[in-house]
Write a new protein. Structure first.
Length: 364
């Protein structure tokens, strides 16, 4: 009896099957170590550094205390220039205080928020329901030009001052982590929150109807709106202020606005950057990181004068560098109108001098 031999097609088929089994076997080995095993667990200290929020149940609230009197001092030196001495605003931000009554404190509902009421301005204290929200926001975001620079006790003090302005606490009150829960019971809009269950139920339906095009959509879309040309570069070139990785790119605001999405995509790379002198500070980065461009446009006035306007005013002035450096560091009011500029004490003398030099050279 002759032994059966495999012909060439059968050999190739068997080889392919063995190769497939080998790949599957090796795949099972790789599957035991998926990509998300890369890296390590964050340490307790690293988690604590990020976990800085304060919840409505006051979890995360640090120990500390601050009086209304101390809050008055901090407010007038660091906050009043943008928010007004009494939280009533001064053309920079909308009012924080106003629109609530002692009756609202009793009921926990702000009457001026009811339908049919025509109160001229919805202030912060009218809308916010939890005192922890105020503490958390002040702690993380204020002062605007130097966020997170307030001490814990000064955050308590500033909040105590605001609560006193709203008649929630008396003038001699010392707010602390021990009594803040009692203050919550006097927040004017503490009962004004609503709970919409479908937002928290994974089996519920959404409250909107999506009519966006999903198939056979137009290949060329026209941009329907854009900033006017004079305002595009008000905060500097947005393209230079975004991270160099990821899908998001800022518009190249030093150039005219694109008319179509294709033109916008072509401009995402931005213009070539001029080389910076060795060791010289990046002035535009300083302006962005210190929130200077929040109030000053590159060319025209916003809250304060445009940098180009300041450059033109002091062009050729002998002591321009010293004068501008001092103004940047110490702030002031009256030269460009009635809105004060807060002191930028967080800037080093060298950084203030670099910004002054840039302005004196034409702010370009």
């Amino acid at each position: 009896m002759r032994a059966t031999t495999l012909n060439q097609p059968m050999k190739r088929t068997l080889s392919s099957a063995l190769l497939a089994l080998s790949v599957l076997a090796s795949g099972s080995v790789f599957a035991a170590k998926p990509w998300n095993d890369i890296g390590r667990d964050a340490t307790k200290d690293e988690v604590a550094a990020w976990d800085i929020d304060v919840r409505p149940d006051f979890k995360g609230l640090p120990k500390g205390a601050g009086s209304v009197d101390r809050g008055t001092e901090v407010w007038e030196s660091k906050c009043a220039s943008c928010h007004g001495v009494f939280g009533e605003s001064n053309e920079v931000f909308t009012p924080i205080i106003g629109g609530t009554t002692l009756q609202d404190i009793e009921t926990g509902h702000v009457a001026n928020l009811l339908p049919g009421k025509n109160f001229p301005q919805r202030t912060t204290i009218m809308k916010v329901a939890t005192v922890s929200t105020l503490w958390d926001y002040i702690n993380r975001a204020m002062p605007w030009n130097a966020p997170k620079s307030l001490s814990t006790d000064d955050v308590y003090a500033v909040l105590a001052y605001l609560l006193n302005l709203a008649e929630i606490v008396p003038a001699d009150y010392v707010l602390s982590n021990d009594n803040i829960a009692q203050v919550q019971e006097r927040m004017p809009n503490r009962n004004g929150m609503t709970f919409f269950k479908p937002l928290w139920d994974v089996n519920s339906k959404g409250d909107v109807v999506n009519t966006a095009c999903m198939t056979n959509c137009a290949s060329e879309l026209t941009l329907g709106s854009s900033l006017p040309d004079f305002a595009r570069d008000a905060h500097g070139n947005i393209n230079e202020q975004n991270r160099g990785i990821g899908p998001v790119r800022g518009a190249v605001t030093t150039e005219p606005a694109p008319k179509t999405l294709e033109q916008a995509r072509e401009k995402l790379g931005g213009p070539a950057q001029a080389p910076k002198a060795e060791g010289a500070p990046d002035v535009k980065a300083l302006l962005t990181s210190n929130s200077c461009t929040a109030c000053h446009g590159m060319v025209s006035k916003m809250v304060g004068p445009g940098f180009a306007e300041v450059a033109a005013k002091y062009k050729g002035t002998a002591d321009a560098l010293d004068y501008l450096s001092a103004k940047i560091k110490n702030g002031g009011v009256g030269v460009w109108g009635g809105i004060p500029m807060p002191a930028q004490a967080q800037l080093s003398d060298a950084d203030a001098a670099a910004i002054a030099q840039w302005i004196a050279a034409g702010a370009k």
